[in-house]
Design a protein around this ligand. Structure first.
Ligand SMILES: [Ca+2]
Length: 264
């Protein structure tokens, strides 16, 4: 056998041996790309059969009720299977209560210190007086002991909520920015006169280092609105983001639905 022929034969044998490995090599590289981009699981809530599951999937990673304001508070987080707007799929529902705080939370697959883009669908059914604020949407961390993620001001970075607009049937999206010279609950208007009882897709692009984020509402915003990260009076702005939360408070009760929470 000539050297050349031997070389070709050897190359063919090597290639034939490597061929079966190619799919697994491809999978491995795609898997790592997926792990990098998919920071959240079950963003469409379809893997839940019951509200009980939805409230308790903290480990290894999933949605859970994080505030633990008694069993009554926890039960206000429900799995909705009814048609809401045009959405007949499974979604999370938080029910208004002037007595209890309820949080739908999930830990991100990896802590975030750079840039981060998350979007979600939200449908507000009602915001109760007298506080006229609810359906809180937060990205932050769980650095303060005892209250769960995004439970204290110092844990919140993205800090959005809805209020009833002056026109009946309309709501405004606002941000809390806080700051040293402001009361924590001073509102920054992000978008006005959105329809109550309608799904809206909210997207945020976060820059953790710069302590800012932009907010846009699909089909509504002409340009993203730039907002400062929330700064509580006595604490620094969070430098690491680890959790997403949606909440209703006893001093900010509202009934709303969340679906399709995704990272870009
Ligand atoms: Ca769904």
């Amino acid at each position: 056998m000539s050297h050349r022929l031997f070389g070709i034969l050897l190359a063919t044998l090597l290639l034939a041996g490597a061929l079966p490995m190619i799919p697994s090599l491809l999978n491995a590289s795609m898997g790592s790309a997926r792990a990098q981009t998919e920071l959240l699981v079950d963003g469409d809530f379809e893997s839940n059969e019951t509200g009980k599951q939805l409230r308790a999937r903290e480990e290894p990673q999933g949605w859970y009720e994080s505030r633990r304001d008694g069993s009554e508070g926890r039960l206000l987080l429900k799995l909705s299977t009814k048609k809401v707007g045009r959405n007949e799929s499974r979604k999370a529902m938080i029910k208004a209560s002037p007595q209890f705080n309820t949080y739908l939370s999930q830990r991100l697959a990896a802590p975030q210190e750079g840039r981060l883009s998350i979007s979600w669908d939200v449908y507000v059914r009602e915001i109760l007086p007298p506080y006229n604020r609810s359906a809180f949407q937060m990205i932050g961390n769980a650095s303060v002991k005892g209250r769960g993620p995004n439970g204290a001001g110092a844990e919140r970075f993205v800090f959005l909520g809805f209020e009833n607009a002056e026109k009946p049937g309309k709501i405004n999206l606002f941000a809390f920015e806080g700051g040293p010279d402001q009361e924590w609950d001073t509102r920054t208007l992000v978008a006005s006169d959105l329809d109550l009882k309608r799904w809206h897709t909210i997207a945020v692009d976060v820059d953790v280092e710069k302590q800012t984020y932009s907010v846009s509402i699909q089909g509504v915003s002409e340009a993203p609105v730039q907002v400062r990260a929330f700064k509580s009076k006595k604490k620094p702005v969070p430098k690491v983001l680890t959790h997403v939360s949606f909440a209703s408070w006893n001093d900010g009760p509202g009934t709303f639905y969340v679906d399709n929470v995704r990272t870009k």
